[in-house]
Design a protein around this ligand. Structure first.
Ligand code: GLN
Length: 310
């Protein structure tokens, strides 16, 4: 099928979803800056493993990565500190818990292991990065995100960062609990880095390009250069498949069938190995914190183009 034909079909599915997808989601309000976003924003971008891309909707709109950054944090830790060191701090098991679970961390503190796709694990890895990289941590993470997205303009949206930092009672509770149980050293540094990563501004095209890199086993689709180790990409994709949509992950895997990671900005990163990366934005969320329209569009794409890995 030609790129033009893919583009035509994407357009058709997008318009169909705009009209007929369920619209019962609610924009995240616990981070005040996110509540001010237009709920009707809708965008999708797809890049294949040869670097060809198609996009439609509000493609230029910048939103914050939120939990999509958990994949970036995880990959950074794996690439820079190695699997052995990372798996001393996080667990190999999937989680069936909500993203901001407190119950879940209490039951896993023995051995101090946490899932990197939910807040506790991402805060543990942010702590590890802050400890090892010191004052360079944020700069290193920004550079890494620029490399993954191919976007040199990547920056932290300070308004969203301040908004989250000043209201994050639940994440502070998680971090203090982690510190009390010896999983992290410094609550303030760990949370700052974690919130900064959540507040990185991107477009759906940035997300699609990162997805294409993950679909292409860590090799840049344009230059052919290896950016990430194949084994780390496999690990990250497997985690996304098992836990990327939080407690809706099994349902998503059954209905849609490929790795994805959502963020409370209404964003989704999806990876169809050897084929394409997908970036989506539609801010209204379901009760689990996943984009309502985003999931429905991914389901349509999966069915239409037979994208399930199963
Ligand atoms: N910054 C958000 C938080 O920690 C990210 C959560 C999400 O996207 N699910 O609460």
């Amino acid at each position: 099928m030609s790129l033009k034909e893919y583009e035509r079909q994407l357009e058709e599915l997008f318009i169909d979803c705009e009209k007929n997808c369920e619209q019962n989601g609610k924009v995240a309000s616990y981070i005040p800056a996110l509540e001010r976003v237009d709920p009707d924003l809708f965008a999708v971008s797809i890049m294949d493993t040869q670097g060809r891309s198609i996009s439609t909707g509000d493609v230029d709109f910048k939103f914050t990565m939120q939990s999509i950054s958990k994949v970036v944090i995880f990959l950074y830790a794996l690439e820079n500190f190695g699997e052995e060191a990372v798996f001393e701090r996080i667990t190999l098991d999937p989680t069936g818990d909500p993203f901001n679970t407190i119950m879940g961390i209490q039951s896993t503190t023995e051995g101090n292991v946490h899932n990197p796709m939910i807040n506790s694990g991402a805060i543990v890895l942010s702590s590890m990065i802050a400890e090892k990289d010191g004052p360079e941590a944020l700069q290193n993470m920004l550079e890494f995100t620029r490399t993954l997205t191919g976007d040199d303009g990547i920056y932290v949206d300070v308004e969203v960062f301040d908004s989250e930092k000043s209201t994050a009672l639940r994440n502070k509770a998680i971090a203090y609990f982690l510190q009390a149980s010896g999983s992290i050293h410094d609550t303030e540094d760990s949370l700052d880095l974690y919130f900064q990563m959540c507040s990185i501004a991107v477009t759906v095209e940035d997300i699609a390009r990162m997805g294409a890199l993950l679909a292409n086993k860590g090799v840049d689709p344009f230059s052919g250069e290896r950016i990430l180790q194949d084994s780390n990409v496999k690990t990250a994709n497997a985690y996304m498949l098992l836990s990327g949509m939080y407690d809706a992950s099994s349902r998503f895997t059954i209905k849609v069938g490929f790795p994805a990671k959502s963020g409370v900005s209404g964003s989704i990163l999806a990876v169809v190995s050897d084929r394409m990366g997908i970036g989506i934005l539609s801010p209204p969320l379901d009760s689990r914190g996943n984009s309502v329209k985003g999931i429905q569009l991914l389901k349509k794409l999966s069915e239409h183009w037979d994208l399930s890995v199963f």
